[in-house]
Design a protein around this ligand. Structure first.
Ligand code: IMP
Ligand code: MG
Length: 177
């Protein structure tokens, strides 16, 4: 194990099997619906790539990028830095996130996208950290529920690092100091 990791929370094998299961569920639920996967960059990139390889129905994909600022209020504010290039009117959207934490980002994106009149919007997340939820938002598909710890790997970063780890790990506290 890498020396900056305190504990492997989710192994590569566990990730593989849960992501495959979500892919099968989505394939059943979206038969003949031609869904569009919308990944929220950058954290989604590995999860989305693996997930889509387990989807067996016709589908397409696009990406958005956001930055969240922690404002003076407890909700924070979200700014879109890359918008969609596809038209989503009457499309079935599956928003793909690495982790659902406060829920502020996805709640904002759901509202933002609903204005463009999609047929439906669902949320698929690799991890759900319900302990820190501030916005009323739930995942339709979630691979893992995780405790209130800062996790990295499999796309998730701390200061843009550790995204390349093939597992989900908890960082050693001294890395933050
Ligand atoms: P939310 O708006 O609070 O739900 O923020 C979600 C975003 O915060 C995720 O897409 C991640 O980029 C980031 N994030 C939240 N928790 C973690 C974590 O434990 N590790 C790495 N990034 C995290
Ligand atoms: Mg991030």
């Amino acid at each position: 194990m890498e020396d900056y990791i305190q504990e492997i929370l989710i192994s590569r094998e566990e990730i593989e099997s849960h992501v495959a299961e979500i892919g099968r569920q989505i394939s059943r639920d979206y038969k003949d619906k031609d869904p569009i996967f919308i990944g929220v960059l950058k954290g989604c990139f590995i999860f989305m790539a693996d997930l889509m390889r387990h989807v067996t129905v016709d589908c397409s994909m696009d990406f958005m990028a956001v930055t969240s600022y922690q404002g003076t209020t407890s909700t924070g504010a979200v700014r879109i830095t890359k918008d969609l290039s596809e038209n989503i009117e009457n499309r079935h959207i599956i928003l793909v996130e690495d982790i659902l934490d406060s829920g502020v980002t996805l709640n904002y994106l759901k509202n933002y996208l609903s204005v463009r009149k999609p047929a439906s919007i669902a949320v698929a997340t690799l991890m759900d950290k319900p302990a820190r939820r501030k916005a009323e938002i739930y995942a339709d598909y979630s691979c893992f529920e995780v405790p209130d710890a800062f996790v990295v790997g499999y796309g998730l970063d701390y200061n843009e690092r550790y995204r390349n780890l093939p597992y989900i790990g908890i960082l050693k506290p001294e890395i933050y100091e």
